[in-house]
Design a protein around this ligand. Sequence first.
Ligand SMILES: [Zn+2]
Length: 408
Amino acid sequence: MTSQELRTHLAELSRVRSEKDPVVSLYLDIRWSDEQQRERVRVYTQERMRAALAGRPRGEEEGLARTLDLVRDHVGEVCDRTAGEGQRGLALFACSAIGLWKPLYFQAPLANQLLLDRVPRLLPLSQLAAELEPALLAVVSVRGAHLYQVAMGEVTNEVTVAGPMPRRVGDDTFSAGAQEQFERAEKNARHVDQLLARFRRLAADELVHLFEAAPRSRVVLFGPRQALSSFERELPERVKERIVARYPAPAEGNDGRREGRDEVLARAQEALAAQRARDELARIDGTVGQALRGSLSVLGLEDVVLALNERRVSRLLLESDFDADGWRCRQCGALGSDHARSCSYCEGPLELVPSMGEELVRRVLAEDGEVQVVSRSNKLHSYQGVAAQLRQGAGTGLSGTPSQPWAT
Ligand SMILES: [Zn+2]
């Protein structure tokens, strides 16, 4: 699955709501290190399903039991390895009353969770989407490069673009005079340089080609300094801007052989994680700064909810351990974070939203906005761990009445 496909799934799921039977969201870690692990997953699912059924109000059990039967069967297949073999994480969303059935497999593990709600619980999945951004890795040598395309944490494509090892001749031509020998060697050296330059360009072109297919990719380079700087000169600015780290060639396999693969992948993951952390902090800084200047960003739950009701959020920043409850209007769908008795927009009746973080994420995704789940930082934490960047062209007067309240 590409990150674009995951975004499409997230957008689709964010619009799902079941008024009658609850939606089951099941996340599982399905790395089968041993037989016990499969048994643990089976037992975990059984126990959580039993507890879920026991805790339901009368009238909801039957529909939920139907959904859970399907879930149980599917988890059985996964544990028997007839489904999802070779994968590490499963996210399954199901509700038989509305015909929802969506099992999604990932190369990254997901912490075990079974959640019931009117809506799919998408927070763990949107967090995964942020972590599994696409990347391009290039192991560069004087002869060209070996390229890896990484999507959702796995290598999806590998290409080698490298010329043959050049043979520099000219020393064995004893019959020729000194001047002639020198000229021949010069000519040969020029020829070799041209050849190497051609393969360098071909390798760079291939990297650019892969980049065009996934323009959000980060780029990590490996290789001797000299080879790297010649290679980088062949890259257009938009690709250069995405380079997050440069490393020496791996201990082995710098000529495109596969031996250095694990080292390359592990280093790249480190570099990407470090870049993600830097991006996160920079984005939090930028958002807080903007909000304090009164332009295009808001801080804290109340203002974020207000902006969401006005459909103005382009990007939500949410701490991973964000926790708050709130309300949702049954009539117009607006959200609120205060202790109101009726909807502040239409005076309609309210229902409790036990997990506002989930609701915020869902709404932003449904509006084609971006969600960034961040680790705790002092700066964001002093604003309840939530902030939002607003769409360009949106006004910032939050006291006005919404032109178009949320409606589902
Ligand atoms: Zn309302």
